[in-house]
Design a protein around this ligand. Structure first.
Ligand code: NAD
Ligand code: DAU
Length: 350
């Protein structure tokens, strides 16, 4: 039985990856390592918690001794590394947590894999999940490819860029068998409502202002989370050693347009008069150093591995809204307590 370590598996994307691997590969034992920070939630995995090939391990990737011990105990065949601090706004107010988890935590995992696997890398793989934000910000034209020079602009993206460089350095220097991917904005069920799409859904439901940063003209490329999980599965199994794959939705939206789109879907779902939710839109102070546009050229993964997004945005956003409306208890649980304090502090001065 192959032993696969998935880090960050109680988070948004990680939980979809864990579910996919647990269900699709009964011959694997999935070790799901997560520190359960504010962003990690075992409710995301309630449907698979008793599957015999799924084992949850609570632990922090910044704890070097613990990580070493875990590798020595289980001698994993592969690692799918998603654990990270992931919210740009939090990285602006508190960069140090991002340095610790995203850089130091990643190096702890690299060292533990290297020490445990020694020079015998046959059948082993270390897969590092990263973001398109490492490439910086685009103007009106062009797309990020795998050879676009790194130009990270926020503490979050700089910490992810550092970890990407370190992963590649371990491949080059120690021949650690690695693969990487850089993906655009994900959306879908189980996303913590600090991120744009679930925050807007949650606020519309509660008749609260919909905060749009700056003029709302920044552009993101949105991908449904299960399509990202499918790409991760493919890259983990079929990606070439040492390579990087860009993953994107080919689905660019200005923030203001996506907010209006969600307003219209929510008006329908909540049987509100058309235009009701749009009245809640409030332009607020812009994010510091706000990247203007991200757009991914995903030709490489399409040509080499045959991956393409399966869902159109119309369908994806409906599924997402339906999920949040059907899972009010999930939303209630994650937005009680600390979320209130975060929200008040983050949006008070905007
Ligand atoms: P998330 O914030 O929802 O989840 C992160 C998970 O990591 C949480 O479960 C959290 O508890 C865990 N974690 C945080 N610090 C930890 C630590 N020190 N030790 C162990 N676990 C820890 O993040 P997400 O949106 O699911 O993103 C997952 C990965 O994908 C990240 O590496 C992120 O950079 C990358 N990514 C995200 C997006 C996106 O749009 N969300 C897009 C591209 C890439
Ligand atoms: O591109 C991939 C990245 O996408 C991931 O690496 C990050 O982990 C993920 O958080 C996401 O980063 P963004 O900063 O693009 O996502 P966010 O949902 O925070 O914001 C999306 C856009 O919406 C961005 O231009 C800022 C804007 N925004 C966001 C919030 C939370 C608002 O206008 N209002 C808001 O309240």
């Amino acid at each position: 039985m192959k032993k696969i370590l998935i880090t960050g598996g109680a988070g948004f994307i990680g939980s979809h990856v864990v579910r996919r691997f647990v269900k699709k590969y009964p011959e694997y034992k999935i070790f799901n390592l997560d520190a359960l920070t504010y962003a990690g939630n075992l409710e995301n995995l309630s449907d698979i918690k008793n599957e015999p090939n799924h084992r949850f391990v609570k632990g922090d990737i910044t704890d070097q001794k613990f990580i070493e011990g875990l590798f020595n105990e289980y001698d994993f065949n592969g690692v799918v590394h998603l654990a990270a601090e992931s919210h740009v706004d939090r990285s602006i107010t508190n960069p140090m947590e991002f340095i610790m988890t995203n850089i130091v935590g990643t190096v702890n995992l690299l060292n533990a894999a290297r020490n445990c696997w020694k020079e015998n890398f046959e059948g082993k793989r270390f897969y590092h999940i990263s973001t398109d934000e490492v490439y910086g910000s685009l103007g009106d034209e062009g797309f990020f490819t795998e050879t676009t020079p790194y130009d990270p602009q926020s503490p979050y993206s700089a910490s992810k860029a550092s970890s990407d460089h370190l992963v590649r350095a371990y491949h080059n220097t120690y021949k650690l068998p690695v693969v990487l991917s850089n993906c655009s904005n994900n959306y879908g069920p189980n996303q913590f409502p600090e991120k744009l799409i679930p925050l807007i859904i949650h606020n519309i439901e509660n008749n609260k202002p919909l905060p749009v940063y700056g003029k709302g003209l920044n552009i993101r490329d949105w991908l449904y989370v299960e399509d990202h999980a499918a790409a991760i599965d493919l890259i983990f199994h079929k990606g070439a050693d040492g390579e990087t794959y860009n993953i994107g939705g080919n689905n660019e939206w200005r923030n203001i347009d996506i907010v209006k789109k969600i307003c219209s879907v929510m008006d329908q779902k909540l049987n509100r008069e058309t235009g009701t939710s749009e009245k809640l839109i409030t332009y607020v102070k812009d994010r510091a150093g706000h990247d203007m546009r991200y757009a991914i050229n995903a030709t490489k993964i399409k040509n080499e591995l045959g991956w393409e997004p399966s869902l159109q945005f119309e369908e994806g956003i409906e599924k997402t809204v339906d999920w949040y409306l059907a899972n009010k208890e999930w939303l209630q649980n994650v937005t009680s307590g600390d979320y209130q304090k975060y929200y008040e502090k983050m949006y008070r001065d905007r």
